[in-house]
Structure formats: C-alpha cells, structure tokens
Design a protein around this ligand. Sequence first.
Ligand code: NI
Length: 144
Amino acid sequence: MITITRRIEFCAAHRLHNPDLSDAENKRIYGVCNNKNGHGHNYAIEVTVRGALPRKTGMVMDLKDLNDILQKVIHNPCDHKHLNHDVAMFESVIPTAENMAIKFWEAVDDELQQYHGVHLHLVRVIESRNNFVDYTGPDPGDIV
Ligand code: NI
C-alpha cells in the first residue's frame, strides 16, 4: 500500500461543553477545557489518502489538489474562528479532537468522491505537542 499525506495548520478557539449536562457535570468531565469563554489551540491536521499508483503520473493524487481540498473544507472554515460558535460543522457537535477528526473526515471524503481510485486512509488531529487523535473511518461500534 502507498499513501500520501498533506499537513495543514490553523488556529482556533473551542470550548468543551455538553449543553445536555449541568455546569457542574461539565466542569467535572472537561476541567479547564470547559472554561466559559473557551481557549485556543494551534491545530495541525494531517490527512492521508491511499490509492493505486498510475504508471502514467507516478502520483496517487496531486498533493496540490489534496491541499486545495483541505484549505476549502478545513482551513478556511476554521482558521481564527471559535469552533463552537462560528463553524457550521460543530454547531451541534462538541469540538473535541475526536469529533473534529470525524467531521473533517466526512468533509474531505465528500470532496474525494470525484477522484476515482483514491480513498481516505487517516485523519490526524494534532491538538498540542503531546496530544493527537487518529480517525480511520466509520465503524458502527465507534460511537456509544
Ligand atoms: Ni482544548
């Protein structure tokens, strides 16, 4: 198998808060990440695709095309935004790194439908120096 990966970065604020829970429960679950007015991260997102390697081009996919997709569906909507308030895909989704990976997967996967033989393989959301989340696609048992 051969894969190619493109990395992008953006800066955004978020707040981890479940409106269905009490303030005390939110504080217990999310701690400082529940801070009322949010907090910020310098996010890096790595998106990996796999596919056949055409002899004609020697490329799984033009990395410029992949970058254009990531700019369109991730960077432009999210950069310098408050994810909870400004970004449609997180309107009713708590913007944990896990949920971000899933929403970014869905958005990139939609765009990749026009590229035959190219498949999304991994979405990595790097939230800090020490924390990152990997998503490899939907599985019925993933969300409880
Ligand atoms: Ni955070």
